[in-house]
Design a protein around this ligand. Sequence first.
Ligand code: PLP
Length: 445
Amino acid sequence: MAIPTVESTTSNLTANGIAASVSKTANTLLKELPIRNGTAKFMPDTITNGASKPISNGTPVTLPELDASLLTTTLTPNPRSVPAPGSPEEASQKVCTDHMIQARWTATSGWNAPSLQPYGPLSLMPTASVLHYATECFEGMKLYRGYDGKLRLFRPQLNCNRMLVSTNRIALPAFPPAELLKLIVKLCATDGPKWLPKDRPGSFLYIRPTMIASDSALGVQRPKEALLFVIMACFPPMDGSATPGGMKLLASRDDMIRAWPGGFGYAKVGANYGPSLVAQGEARAQGFDQILWLFGDHCSVTEAGASNFFVVWKTKEGKTQLVTAPLGERIILDGVTRRSVLELSRTRLEKRCGELAPIEVVERKFDMFEIEEAVREGRMIESFAAGTAFFIAPVGLINFRGKELKIPMSEGDAGAYTKVIKNWLKNIMWGKEQHEWGYVIEESE
Ligand SMILES: *Cc1c(COP(=O)(O)O)cnc(C)c1O
């Protein structure tokens, strides 16, 4: 079977890329859902019209889309206190802010009006689809309290677009990504001012948009009910939590594969993570920080834990390159951080930058044998993992089949390229550099 390929980073999460991906799948599904005996059948829709359309006597009836302007607000009567910096509550990653967003969808009524309501437990039937068939997907973003006092998101449109790619892969309903963004912004504007006080610049909250199939029919089928929710959790600050000596990665064994062509590695679906925890637990027990996921007989390097993976090396011809795995086979996630690293490196590092020699930015398949050879020949310059949760994390060591490959860190705690890239991103996220990627949340007072 031919493996569908997708264009590379620059277009994949853009509106056109998304629309193409959604309508491609919608068309496939349409063929699987013929109209029989005049009974209503449901089909997913394209990006511009998120709700499903039931067909009645051959005439499509448009169901309500997800619509942020219909949001109802119920503020909590019991506001909680914000964990003190460095406290055990903050470290627990269990404390969420006062409110959450919820929106329900059903195949017969489309999207109901979303609500902003007090944070609290969900009610689900034990037969709910998500509990049995992993009909779930999520996003991970951060709300940053800037050094200029402003609250910011970082390229949130890309997360909302990617959420649609994920729902589409896991038979959850479509929605207009711009409406999801409006709901996220509303939650940030409601809880951000209190939970990220202005006197704590450099702090952040972790935002988790999630969609689950709440359908209570136990049959294995496309869910007819879904719940979208958005919560915000307190996390300890990132700096200081960096691993001294850099992250230690354990290359995955041949009998544990995270994702494969034709699978769903490109989607942020819960089904990718549960089965990876055995390997991750073993890695932790052996003193490693993350698994470096390999794929195929050639031990292609894909991702490190839930982060994209980069190396900077010199080629045998003496060129300095920043290399990361390509998106084409759809086995890795199109990370917002990955994309930002590539874009910044292409605009700022392909020509000389201070002390740093110009680099060539390359997305291609590369494997452990190339890394091993580069280390052996002294051509490895540095390596890092990139993702929202752990941000830019320098890599100090890779264990491959029992062999320890030491990765240089020219600046002591990171490589020189890693350090500038990390600083550029930090400056944009926390408002030290005014940049179009910073999305300011307006606060009322
Ligand atoms: C979330 C995630 C990433 C990082 O994506 P960002 O958008 O940069 O946070 C990378 N790989 C996997 C498998 C992930 O789940």
